[in-house]
Write a protein that binds this ligand. Structure first.
Ligand SMILES: [Zn+2]
Length: 361
């Protein structure tokens, strides 16, 4: 680290965390060396992290990574050094582990991206990917995904394969299990039993770079890292067993999750007879085998609406009455559609008998 950069403890701590995220994920052998002056950035074979001076920053650039290559005596080229420069002149950075405000760029997010370049990765056009080319103000993306980890691993494998041809040999991977990120822990989760689609809240520690959440070793449908100590996750077609969380720092598991297989339920109904405009409200009479209540909706409220769980005819025409049983903790939902035809009422004109008239009237 360059002297000025290293003296900004918040920035250097945030950078170290992004670096550890990569080291823990791909075992790339990065570490923080001694503090140096900026002139060494121009020299070869010294990796430098620094803030940009006026001559180095292109306006509109948050940060950039430059890589120097050197030619080995045998004619092969290899990576000589990497310099990362952060623009501290034009931007308001969030160096903390909290979320940035709407007018701040998140330093760890940008550091993770730049270190991806240092790892040999290029941009992708995939919003949400750490290597997406456009970092949005006021947002964070401090986690790696499977694609960039695979890319980083490929670089290390390639380095090993090319080792004999390079000047200095292959990269020696960072010792597995000893990277700088702490392992996550799970303290509790609730509910402890759930069916597909149930949202489970998991509490614990070191959740900030979660890559995987499982229930009974089945990957969750989705998860949301609420804070470094809380995750919400949606159960997929799961299994009973452990809840597990994976981060670049390790894997946490906690036993005691029970997967609930919901029972199906059937709806019993009769097709509607044709109705006539003017008919009174009627009960659709759909019942569920579970005994749970049914709710109704009408696709065409100009023809019929639902009033007090009965069909209320508005005019002649057609509509679909949908009967829904939403399910509960033990039953899956069930639904049925019933067609309703409402005919026009027959018009009748009643004429009263004209009394006999006398010519003398
Ligand atoms: Zn970039």
């Amino acid at each position: 680290m360059e002297t000025n950069f290293a003296s900004n403890t918040a920035a250097s701590t945030s950078f170290k965390k992004a670096m550890d995220t990569w080291v823990c994920a791909t075992n790339i052998n990065w570490g923080i060396g001694s503090t140096a002056t900026v002139s060494e950035a121009a020299s070869t074979n010294v990796n430098m992290v620094k803030f940009g001076g006026a001559s180095e920053i292109i306006v509109g650039t948050l940060a950039y990574t430059s890589m120097g290559f050197r030619r080995c005596p045998n004619g092969e080229w290899e990576l000589g050094d990497v310099d990362i420069t952060f623009n501290n002149q034009d931007y308001n950075w969030n160096y903390t582990s909290s979320a940035p405000s709407s007018n701040q760029y998140d330093f760890e997010t940008v550091a993770l991206h730049q270190l991806g370049h240092a790892h040999g990765l290029v941009h992708v056009n995939n919003v949400g990917d750490p290597m997406y080319y456009n970092t949005k103000i006021g947002t964070t993306n401090r986690s790696l995904n499977a694609a960039v980890i695979e890319g980083g691993n490929y670089m290390l494998i390639n380095s090993a394969a090319m080792g004999a041809l390079s000047c200095n040999g292959a990269i020696i991977p960072f010792p597995a299990g000893s990277c700088g990120l702490s392992s996550p822990t799970i303290t509790s989760f609730t509910p402890t039993a759930g069916a597909t689609g149930t949202v489970v809240t998991i509490t614990g520690t070191n959740f900030s770079s979660v890559t995987d959440v499982r229930f009974g070793n089945v990957i969750a449908t989705s998860f949301n890292v609420v804070s470094p100590t809380e995750i919400t996750a949606i159960i997929a077609n799961g299994a009973t067993g452990d809840v597990s969380i994976t981060t670049p720092g390790g894997v946490a598991t906690k036993s005691g999750f029970t997967y609930i297989t919901k029972s199906s339920q059937t709806l019993t109904f009769n097709p509607f007879p044709n109705k006539t405009y003017g008919d009174i409200d009627f009960d659709p009479n759909v019942t569920a085998s579970s005994g749970l209540p049914i709710t109704y909706t009408s696709s065409n409220p100009l023809v019929a609406t639902i009033v007090n769980n009965k069909v209320h005819i508005i005019s002649a025409g057609t509509t679909i009455i949908t009967a829904t049983q939403t399910g509960n903790a033990t039953y899956s939902p069930a639904i049925v559609n019933l067609n309703l035809l409402v005919n026009k009422a027959n018009q009748s004109i009643s004429l009263s008998t004209i009394p006999t008239k006398l010519v003398t009237d």
